[in-house]
Design a protein around this ligand. Structure first.
Ligand SMILES: Cc1cc2nc3c(=O)[nH]c(=O)nc-3n(C[C@H](O)[C@H](O)[C@H](O)COP(=O)(O)OP(=O)(O)OC[C@H]3O[C@@H](n4cnc5c(N)ncnc54)[C@H](O)[C@@H]3O)c2cc1C
Length: 670
């Protein structure tokens, strides 16, 4: 059958799907002749179905495109897996695009269960009869979800969790590892019960259950409540306030570390991978559950597979590379990786921002040009600050993979944003027209939308959202020495019209927006740069080992060992600092901006210094054009300027430190 014959909603048999090449089946599988397959989503995008060795799929089970069953998994009769979910939730229409839906090894899906697209389930987890897992839910390994549960969008359930039958978990709920919920537990995320109210937007705050928390049957847990680690809530409770962790805790006898499952990295440099670097850090990172660690590992697998399909090395012609990078971004979008750290209300899949930083380290490890591969990038400004019509226009497109560019820098210098000359003129109908020229703008051709900074008619710095297809935009590309993945150059604005709703926040709030946005963005840049340096480290170490084992060198010299050891320590230390900066930004800490400035500069400096030290150890091959080592050096040099030039960042941090110490001295003397 031809791929084009698969129309949305059409179901075919295993044999028909196999004939079209869209069914990948391992050995010793049992697929009922009555099992059905729906390869196309609402938009007609067709995805394959993968069924691992020893799986069983029962009669009238329906598997949709993008479903992956790990070895030994059983999907019983009448279960539905991987169905794209189209629908409305709190001012957002979910378009019903398909996504990868992954059931780990030896998982069991009981008959009648419904699992929507983008769900990930760990090894050995059981999903009971008639349980509903909505889009982008993640469940860790060896968890047991009883029958008749409803788990709303983007909830995150940890490892070895037990949910007894008949419970309701509201959207974006977090159940950390080893949580136990009795039967009929209800959770609430809405404080005011608002739905489809054009004037008010509900503040949705899901409850959170910390590791080992236990909740008795029939309890109701209200919005925003945290049930602390090992805490015990009696049956039938209505919990309105946080429950502290149980001091002294419960004995965790017999708690086994989950086995390494599909999170193992597929690609490594002589047994190394980004995951090897991250493994010692993960257990000590606050807010990162075992499940998150698993997702980070799985992300590396996904990324490595995509890179093998769409190689982006510097030998690939720039236009082709840019197209491939965009395809990788779209493919990651279907896996929910762009919705990371975006709330479920906005169509994202929630999750801690620190996990995004870990994934950006992984991106850098594979190629610095993947600096936009997770999250919304500069599109976060739209998600956070745009007026409703603009958010509705762009947000679902951004989450689906469209790219946002940011235009700040002008020829007088990017470090002097206060001297911006691009300016708006007001018109009687309330619109403005913007005129000016921006330089060194990345994503020049690829961005679907630009966030442009300019002076408003009152002379205050403001930011507006401009469709990249606007006829008033003119582009003049230049060629950067590094970070060549996206086009780069000058963006001229000729009378570009802005409606009041196109302005981010309020007129005059441009500087505050820039500062808070880059407090979030710079730690991601820092993590990406450190990933680049880590890959160079592993490449050089692997080459030295190979030369040593082949007898080409008698043993590594001291200078090589010292350089490797020093770089290892410096990369790890800077990465921990970048993760701290990310957490400060996430919690809106007043020190987030200083950390963002100082740590971006420090991490990129550390990465540059490590690469400068290490690359000569690989010999002249590291100097050849097209060598990944040479590309790493060029990309890291570009990062000395992109997203803030370093002396200016250190200066900003120094100034902030002086102000902070003056304020505290004044407080002490008062
Ligand atoms: C690959 C890449 C991608 C980029 N992408 C984007 C993008 O998407 N959007 C965007 O807006 N920009 C982008 N940029 C631009 C980048 O943000 C700027 O390079 C950066 O902000 C620094 O600005 P500048 O290069 O104009 O340097 P300047 O601001 O001119 O600074 C140059 C030097 O002059 C110094 N200086 C400034 N003022 C004084 C003074 N009064 N006295 C003495 N010294 C001074 C600075 O400290 C610095 O050392 C990108 C750059 C690169 C390399």
């Amino acid at each position: 059958m031809d791929e084009h014959e698969f129309v949305p909603g059409a179901a075919v048999s295993a044999a028909e799907l196999a004939r079209s090449g869209l069914l990948r089946v391992g050995e010793a599988t049992q697929i009922s002749p009555y099992a059905l397959f729906m390869p196309a989503d609402e938009y007609g995008s067709v995805r394959p179905v993968e069924i691992g060795t020893g799986c069983r799929v029962g009669a009238y089970a329906v598997l949709c495109g993008g479903t992956v069953l790990g070895a030994g998994t059983c999907v019983e009769e009448h279960a539905l897996v991987g169905r794209p979910e189209r629908g409305y939730a709190v001012r957002h229409v979910y378009p019903g695009t398909g996504a990868r839906t992954v059931l780990g090894r030896d998982a069991v899906v009981r008959s009648g269960a419904v699992i929507y697209a983008g769900v990930e389930i760990g090894d050995g987890t059981l999903v009971g009869h008639h349980t509903l897992l909505r889009s982008l839910v993640t469940v860790g390994q060896e968890s047991q979800l009883g029958h008749h549960l409803t788990v709303e969008r983007a909830s995150r359930i940890g490892v070895q969790v037990r949910c007894s039958p008949g419970s309701h978990l509201t959207s974006s709920c977090v159940l950390a590892d080893r949580v136990f919920l009795g039967a009929g537990v209800r959770t609430v995320n809405d404080r005011e019960l608002i739905w489809r109210d054009p004037d008010r937007e509900p503040e949705l705050v899901p409850p959170r259950f910390e590791r080992g928390a236990r909740v008795g049957s029939g309890s109701v847990i209200l919005a925003g409540v945290t049930v602390g680690e090992d805490a015990l809530v009696g049956a039938g409770s209505v919990v309105t306030r946080d429950i502290p962790r149980r001091i002294g805790g419960l004995r965790r006898a017999g708690a086994r570390a989950p086995q390494q499952g599909p999170g193992r990295p597929a690609v490594s440099i002589n047994g190394h991978s980004a995951a090897v670097w991250l493994a010692p850090l993960l257990p000590s990172l606050p807010g990162v559950a075992e499940l998150d660690a698993l997702r980070v590992g799985r992300f590396e697998d996904t990324l490595a597979n995509l890179l093998s399909r769409y190689p982006v090395s510097s030998r690939v012609e720039p236009r082709v590379r840019s197209r491939r990078l965009a395809r990788i971004r779209r493919a990651l979008a279907t896996g929910g990786f762009l919705g990371l750290a975006v709330s479920a209300r906005d169509g994202g899949c929630g999750g801690p921002a620190i996990v995004q930083a870990l994934m950006q380290f992984t991106c850098g490890y594979h190629d610095a040009d993947l600096r936009d591969a997770t999250g919304l990038g500069h599109g976060r400004l739209i998600a956070q600050h745009a007026a409703l019509p603009v958010r509705e226009r762009w947000l679902s497109r951004l989450i689906a993979g469209d790219l946002a560019g940011i235009a700040i820098t002008e020829s007088h210098g990017g470090s002097q944003v206060h001297a911006t000359t691009t300016a708006a003129t007001a018109h009687p109908d309330g619109t403005w027209t913007v005129v000016g020229t921006k330089t060194w703008i990345s994503r020049l051709n690829e961005a679907a939308v630009f966030i442009v900074f300019f002076k408003d008619p009152a002379g205050r710095l403001s930011a507006g959202v401009i469709d990249a297809a606007d006829r008033g935009l003119e582009r003049h590309p230049a060629v950067p020495c590094g970070l060549t993945g996206w086009a780069w150059g000058e963006l001229r604005l000729h009378d570009v019209r802005l409606r009041p709703c196109d302005i981010l926040c309020r007129p005059g709030e441009g500087m505050a927006l820039l500062r808070s946005h880059f407090a979030h963005y710079r730690p991601l840049v820092a993590a990406t740069a450190l990933g680049v340096a880590a890959a160079v480290h592993d490449t050089v170490a692997a080459q030295l080992s190979e030369r040593w084992s082949a007898g080409i060198i008698s043993k590594p010299r001291d200078n090589a060992l010292i350089a490797l050891g020093r770089a290892y320590a410096q990369i790890n230390a800077a990465l921990l600092a970048a993760l701290t900066a990310q957490q400060l930004a996430e919690s809106d800490d007043h020190r987030a901006e200083i950390w963002g400035c100082a740590i971006k500069a420090h991490a990129v400096d550390v990465a540059n210094a490590a690469v400068a030290d290490l690359v000569p150890l690989a010999g002249a091959g590291g100097c050849a054009v097209g060598s990944p080592l040479e590309k790493a050096g060029r990309d890291l040099r570009a990062l000395l300027y992109a997203d803030g030039i370093h002396d200016s960042l250190y200066r900003a941090a120094g100034r902030a430190v002086m102000n902070l110490s003056r304020v505290s001295q004044q407080r002490e003397s008062a």
